[in-house]
Design a protein around this ligand. Structure first.
Ligand SMILES: NC(=O)c1ccc[n+]([C@@H]2O[C@H](COP(=O)([O-])OP(=O)(O)OC[C@H]3O[C@@H](n4cnc5c(N)ncnc54)[C@H](OP(=O)(O)O)[C@@H]3O)[C@@H](O)[C@H]2O)c1
Length: 220
């Protein structure tokens, strides 16, 4: 019977792919389940890919979960409307957390965004903030929320807006000291390492992690 079962939502994404590498290498996690709409072409002893439709996610899809990793997300451009964006960036992760809790998961590691705030003027940050707020209604032994700025890494698809944001924030990174350090870009691989570490040894209770804490978690 596996002891630590990681269930990953968004395993095919930028951070999700890095996370999968970390989890597969980490002996702490006995079994890794990905909830995907298109399976990754990889076959490993520890890996189980479950094909799901997030519109009809069920607790049985998360059966056995002890650790939940929430890396889902889309862009306004891909989603096509605010309602569709909200479905992926709010409804799906909230349902994932609720069903995971029902399935017996003890820990949730969730990627949000720097600036997340239910009162934000930006629709993206408002949705992220509302989700963080509503995740408080789901009870876990530990909830770790990650608020990165721009993520760096290799993508299969082109995202010009994000590429420009990454270039700009790298160019001005030296200005982002002290309280502004939370706006620094970071490698998605670093975030992935921090997510896995929080699942393994993060403190119980609710925690929100920014740039510095994410690097500390990833490095320790
Ligand atoms: N990228 C950044 O610079 C950045 C910065 C701050 C915060 N964040 C946040 O961090 C999180 C992860 O970002 P990321 O860039 O690593 O993610 P990403 O590359 O955009 O990947 C998103 C994941 O969500 C899945 N997904 C999207 N729409 C879906 C749908 N309708 N049904 C099922 N699955 C769906 C994708 O699956 P498919 O592969 O099947 O499409 C993919 O696995 C997101 O919440 C994002 O908002 C990102």
């Amino acid at each position: 019977m596996p002891r630590n079962v990681a269930v990953v939502a968004g395993a095919t994404g930028l951070t999700g792919r890095y996370l999968l590498e970390v989890l597969l290498e980490d002996a702490f996690y006995d079994h890794i389940v990905t909830l995907v709409r298109r399976p990754l072409e990889r076959f490993e002893r520890k890996l189980e890919q479950r094909m799901v439709d997030y519109e009809n996610l069920r607790a049985s899809d998360l059966e056995g979960a002890t650790h939940l990793f929430s890396c889902l997300g889309t862009t306004m451009k891909k989603a096509g409307s605010r309602a569709a964006f909200r479905r992926v960036d709010y409804d799906y992760p909230l349902m994932f957390a609720r069903l995971g809790q029902e399935a017996g998961a003890r820990r949730l590691m969730h990627i949000s965004s720097v600036g997340a705030d239910p009162a934000a003027g930006s629709f993206y940050l408002k949705v992220k903030g509302e989700l963080e707020r509503d995740l408080e209604t789901v009870d876990f032994e530990a909830t770790h929320i990650f608020r990165p700025a721009v993520l760096l890494g290799r993508r299969d698809e082109e995202r010009h807006g994000e590429e420009w944001a990454a270039r700009l924030s790298r160019a001005f990174e030296w200005l982002m000291a002290g309280g502004l350090s939370k706006y620094r870009p970071m490698p998605a691989g670093t975030l992935a390492a921090a997510l896995a570490a929080a699942g393994e040894r993060g403190a119980p209770g609710r925690h929100v992690h920014f740039y510095n804490q994410i690097f500390r978690l990833a490095g320790g």
